[in-house]
Ligand binder design. Structure first.
Ligand SMILES: [NH3+][C@H]1C[C@H](O)[C@@H](O)[C@@H]1CO
Length: 647
C-alpha cells in the first residue's frame, strides 16, 4: 500500500477531540471517589434490615442495627447505626466496615477517619473509642483513639488521623470503631456518617483516589462527560440524578438509588466533578435530566417546566453570576466564585431507549428552547437517534453511541464521512468494541462478550479513531478569483468535536458492565489495551490534520496524519490483520529528520491486561528512519504512532 501525504494541512484538530465519559457504574463510589467505606451513612436503606448493614459487621459481641434516629443527624441522613456494647464483655467491642471489597492499608499514607455519634440516652460513660485499620485476623495495622462522652446526646463529629505501621499486600482489611468492653459495658451509642479517606489526588478534600485519578489524567483527556449515561436518568422520576442533592456538606446529601443496582452516596457530586475537571484540565460535557426515567416514565408536557427550571439551576450553579442566581451564589459559597468552564450541555441520555422516542419531541423542544434562550453561549447536545424523530429546534450537536464488534469498528472508520454537512457537530460519546459476536453484542462472556478489552478490540477501535481524526476530504468548491489560502478550507470543518470510550472505569469485584477502559480493585489499577490506544491518540493528537490517500473502507490498514506545531509529523498506522503489512508513505516535507520514534501497541489478538496479567500488553517505543519515501512495516494487530521532525 502506498500513501501519498499532502504537503499542507486541511483542518485544525479540535482541541476537545479525545476525552472521557463517566458515570457511576461501579466506578464512582468505591472507585474514583476517594471514600473507602461502603454504606458509610446508611443512605437510602430500610432500617432494621440486613441490607441496611451492608459492609458492616459487629466486633466482639456488640449488637448493631440501623435505626431511623429519633433525632436524625440531618434531614438528608435520617439513619443511624445503633451499637450496644453487651454487659460483661472484655476486650474491644464495636463495629467494622469491610470497604468496597477490601481496604488497602498503606503505611506511606495518613488516613483521615471520622464519624458522628450521640448517646440516645445520657450516661456517665467517659472513655476512648479506638479507631483502627485491622487485618482480617484482628491484627491492628494502624489506630488512633478519640474520647467519647455519655453526656453527648446531640450529634457531634470526631475526626482522627491514622498512619499504619505496615502495608500488607492483603486487602481484606477492616475499618473498626471499638470501645473497651468492660468500660463501655451496657452502653448504647448511635453513630452516623462514618468516613475513611486516604490521601487524595491534588490533596482535594472529599477528593479522588490517587492511583485511579492519576491513571485517568495520564490520558490527558480534554473533556469529561458526566454524570451519565444511564446513571443520570433514574429508574423513576424521583430517583433521577439531581444536582442540588449532590452539592454542599455531606450531611446534606441524601444519596440515591443509582441506575446500576446500588446506592450512590453522591459524595462525588457536581462540585467535585467540576473541580476534578479543572484539576485535570478537562472541560465538562455536562448532562441535564430531560424528563425520561429508565423505568419508562416521561414527564408529561404540561408538567415539564419545573424540571427545565432544575436544569437552569444546575447550569447556573456551574456558570451563573453569584449576584444574580442562588445556585451560583451557592457555588461561590463553596469556594468557587468564578464560573467554571462550560461549553456543552447534553440534554438527557440515550433518548432512544424504550418508549423515550415517543416523548422526546416535546421534551427536547421544551428543554432546548428554554435552555438555548437562557444560555445562548452554550451548545446543547441531543442524544436521541439521529434525526429520528426530527427534533425542533434542530440540534446543534448530537451525542452518538455505538457498541459493536472489533470488525465493525475496523470497517466503519468512514462513518462520519457521509454525515450531512450542515454545521451540526458530533460527539461520539460512547463507543467500544465489546463482543466478538455480531449476533449478540450485549451478551454474556460465554456468547462473545469481552470482560476486558483485547488487542483485537483495541486495534479495531484504533482503526475507527483514525476516521474520527480524519476530517471529511475537503471538497473545495473553487470559486473563481477567490484565492484559496494554503491551510484554509471552505465548505466543511471538522464535524466530530469529541469522542470517548465507554464505560471508563469499573471495579473488577463488582462490575455492572464489561469491558471498561480502566479497571481496578481496592489496591490496583489495570490499564487496558484500549486505555493505551486512547492514550496514544490523545497524547499524539497534533493540532492540524494532513490529508493523505484514503484507506480502503473495508481494508485492514488504516492511517491518519497530523502535524504538531508545524515542525512535527505524527502518523498513526493501524493494522487489524493478523499478519504484518507494509505501508509506504510518500512524504512531501522538506527537512525530514533522519530518525524518529515509533510507539507500537501490539500483541496476540486475544491478549488483555487484567488482574491476572496486568501488564501483558503496553506500548513499546523504538526508533524509525523516515524519508521522503518511507516504508513502514506495521505488525499484525497493531497501532503504531510514528513521530518525526520536519522543518
Ligand atoms: N448502556 C450504555 C449506554 C449508556 O449511556 C451507558 O450508561 C451504558 C454503559 O456505558
Amino acid at each position: 500500500t502506498t500513501v501519498t501525504v499532502s504537503a499542507t494541512a486541511s483542518h485544525p484538530i479540535p482541541t476537545t477531540l479525545w476525552g472521557q465519559m463517566f458515570e457511576d457504574i461501579s466506578s464512582g463510589d468505591g472507585g474514583l471517589y476517594g471514600e473507602l467505606l461502603q454504606n458509610r451513612a446508611f443512605q437510602q436503606v430500610t432500617p432494621g434490615t440486613s441490607a441496611a448493614l451492608n459492609a458492616w459487621s459487629a466486633v466482639n459481641r456488640a449488637s448493631i442495627s440501623v435505626v431511623a434516629d429519633s433525632t436524625p443527624l440531618s434531614n438528608a441522613l435520617p439513619n443511624a447505626l445503633r451499637v450496644q456494647i453487651p454487659s460483661g464483655t472484655t476486650g474491644q467491642s464495636g463495629v467494622a466496615n469491610s470497604g468496597f471489597f477490601g481496604i488497602r492499608v498503606n503505611s506511606a499514607w495518613t488516613y483521615t477517619a471520622s464519624f458522628f455519634y450521640r448517646f440516645p440516652t445520657a450516661s456517665s460513660f467517659r472513655g476512648n473509642a479506638q479507631v483502627s485499620l485491622q487485618a482480617s485476623n484482628g491484627q491492628v495495622l494502624g489506630s488512633a483513639t478519640v474520647a467519647l462522652s455519655g453526656a453527648q446526646t446531640s450529634w457531634t463529629q470526631v475526626t482522627v488521623k491514622i498512619t499504619p505501621t505496615s502495608s500488607p499486600s492483603a486487602t481484606n482489611n477492616l475499618f473498626v470503631v471499638s470501645l473497651d468492653g468492660a468500660a463501655a459495658s451496657g452502653q448504647t451509642i448511635n453513630f452516623g456518617l462514618f468516613s475513611l479517606f486516604p490521601p487524595t489526588f491534588k490533596d482535594r478534600a472529599n477528593g479522588m483516589r490517587m492511583d485511579i485519578a492519576e491513571a485517568l489524567a495520564e490520558m490527558q483527556p480534554s473533556f469529561f462527560r458526566f454524570p451519565g449515561g444511564n446513571n443520570l436518568e433514574g429508574q423513576t422520576t424521583a430517583t433521577r440524578w439531581q444536582w442540588n442533592n449532590t452539592v454542599g456538606p455531606l450531611t446534606s446529601r441524601p444519596g440515591r438509588v443509582g441506575d446500576w443496582g446500588y446506592i450512590n452516596t453522591d459524595g462525588l457530586g457536581l462540585f467535585e466533578y467540576l473541580l476534578w475537571c479543572e484539576d485535570v484540565g478537562m472541560q465538562p460535557i455536562m448532562a441535564v435530566w430531560d424528563g425520561f426515567a429508565l423505568g419508562g416514565t416521561s414527564v408529561a408536557e404540561a408538567a415539564i417546566s419545573p424540571f427545565v427550571q432544575q436544569a437552569i439551576d444546575q447550569i447556573n450553579f456551574v456558570i451563573g453570576d453569584p449576584t444574580k442566581s442562588a445556585p451560583a451564589a451557592l457555588r461561590s459559597s463553596l469556594g468557587h466564585p468564578a464560573p467554571f468552564t462550560l461549553n456543552h450541555v447534553e440534554i438527557g441520555n440515550e433518548d432512544f431507549i424504550g418508549n423515550s422516542p415517543s416523548t422526546v419531541g416535546y421534551r427536547w423542544n421544551h428543554f432546548a428552547t428554554t435552555l438555548r434562550s437562557t444560555f445562548p453561549q452554550l451548545r446543547f447536545l441531543a442524544t436521541s437517534d439521529l434525526n429520528s424523530p426530527v427534533l425542533s429546534p434542530q440540534p446543534q450537536e448530537w451525542d452518538l453511541h455505538v457498541y459493536q464488534t472489533p470488525t465493525w469498528f475496523a470497517q466503519n472508520s468512514f462513518m462520519y464521512d457521509g454525515m450531512a454537512r450542515d454545521g451540526t457537530l458530533y460527539f461520539e460519546g460512547e463507543y467500544a468494541a465489546i463482543s466478538t459476536n455480531p449476533n449478540d453484542i450485549f451478551g454474556s462472556p460465554a456468547d462473545g462478550r469481552l470482560t476486558f478489552p483485547t488487542v483485537q478490540s483495541s486495534v479495531g477501535e484504533a482503526a475507527f479513531m483514525t476516521g474520527l481524526e480524519r476530517k471529511l476530504l475537503v471538497v473545495l468548491v473553487v470559486i473563481i478569483c477567490i484565492p484559496i489560502h494554503p491551510g484554509h478550507h471552505i465548505g466543511n470543518s471538522d464535524i466530530v468535536f469529541a469522542a470517548s470510550y465507554a464505560p471508563l472505569l469499573n471495579h473488577v469485584s463488582n462490575s455492572q458492565w464489561t469491558p471498561n477502559l480502566v479497571s481496578f480493585d481496592s489496591a490496583n489499577v489495570y490499564r487496558s489495551t484500549s486505555f493505551y490506544v486512547q492514550k496514544l491518540f490523545s497524547l499524539n493528537r497534533g493540532d492540524q490534520y494532513i490529508p493523505s490517500t484514503l484507506p480502503s473502507q473495508t481494508g485492514t490498514l488504516f492511517w491518519s496524519v497530523v502535524s504538531k506545531q508545524t515542525n512535527t509529523i505524527i502518523i498513526k498506522v493501524v493494522n487489524v490483520a493478523t499478519s504484518a503489512q507494509t505501508v509506504t508513505f510518500r512524504l512531501p516535507f522538506s527537512g525530514i529528520a533522519s530518525t524518529g520514534t515509533a510507539q507500537v501497541l501490539t500483541g496476540a489478538a486475544t491478549a488483555s491486561n487484567s488482574p491476572t496479567t496486568p501488564n501483558a500488553v503496553s506500548p513499546v517505543t523504538s526508533s524509525i528512519e523516515p524519508a521522503s519515501t518511507f516504508p513502514y512495516n506495521a505488525p499484525a494487530n497493531s497501532l503504531s504512532v510514528l513521530t518525526f521532525g520536519i522543518n
